[in-house]
Design a protein around this ligand. Sequence first.
Ligand code: DGL
Length: 293
Amino acid sequence: MSKLVLTGPGAVDGALRDWEGRVTSVEDMPAPDAPVLLFDSGVGGLSVLAALRGLLPEAPVLYAADNAGLPYGDKTEAQVAARVAGLLGRMTERYRPRLVCIACNTASTIALGMVREVLEVPIVGTVPAIKPAAARTRSGTIGLLGTAATIRQGYVDRLESEFAADKVLLRHAAPELVAAAEASLRGAPVDPEVCARAAAGLRSQAGGAAIDTVVLACTHFPLLTTELGAAFGADVALVDGAAGIARRIAHLTAGQPMHRNGTDRALFTRDDESIAALLPALAARGLHGCEVL
Ligand code: DGL
């Protein structure tokens, strides 16, 4: 068996290894057109796709939106976990991705561990960017905008105690921003009041006036960076995890052959009329094909 380039973590002895560090063979390498599967409840994962394209322009991508389950933010933990595990199981079976990225904070903070246990494919999650925000803040007060489901997760508590124990972290659920991002990608103008309400939800909390850094802990929110930037003002930095996720995907796929065979596709879980309005935004991001699971 000829050896190829090193790949994956643990490639320390010159052997070709898979993502878990097991010695692997040429035949185990993903096909050049095996996609990176980006999964979200809706358009939020497109903010991750933008970062991924910058780093891995040749990576074939299958963008999956669980539009039948949108929004995840108002669902219970059990509902989100069941949907995400079930759908990713079907999608990995059918599309054989080289890697799955759960490009959704809500799904990741609830179901990442469980999905990793049941699927063989490498999984990259999306966790609120509390660590970089803590490194950046000067005032010591950080705001966090997410869905209602994300902001109550123990996962967020753990990130807070690990990386921001000496900071003040104020959380606010902003489900309106999810709907605004969905509408915006379909060509609708964003109502500045929606972003103003999200900003006020943090600012009006005790100590909120000191916020100088805001974690966008929902992948939909970086799609509204301009509007949120205007709502918070130039002195507040908006931080999200997209660049770090893209780096992680690049690391886990290093050395793998990649070729975008034709066009990348978007996959939906329900055929509905709002998909048509989204097609121009998808095409602008290189997603020309479109299908329903
Ligand atoms: N994009 C998802 C996230 O990052 C949430 C949107 C939703 O509520 O479905 O949390």
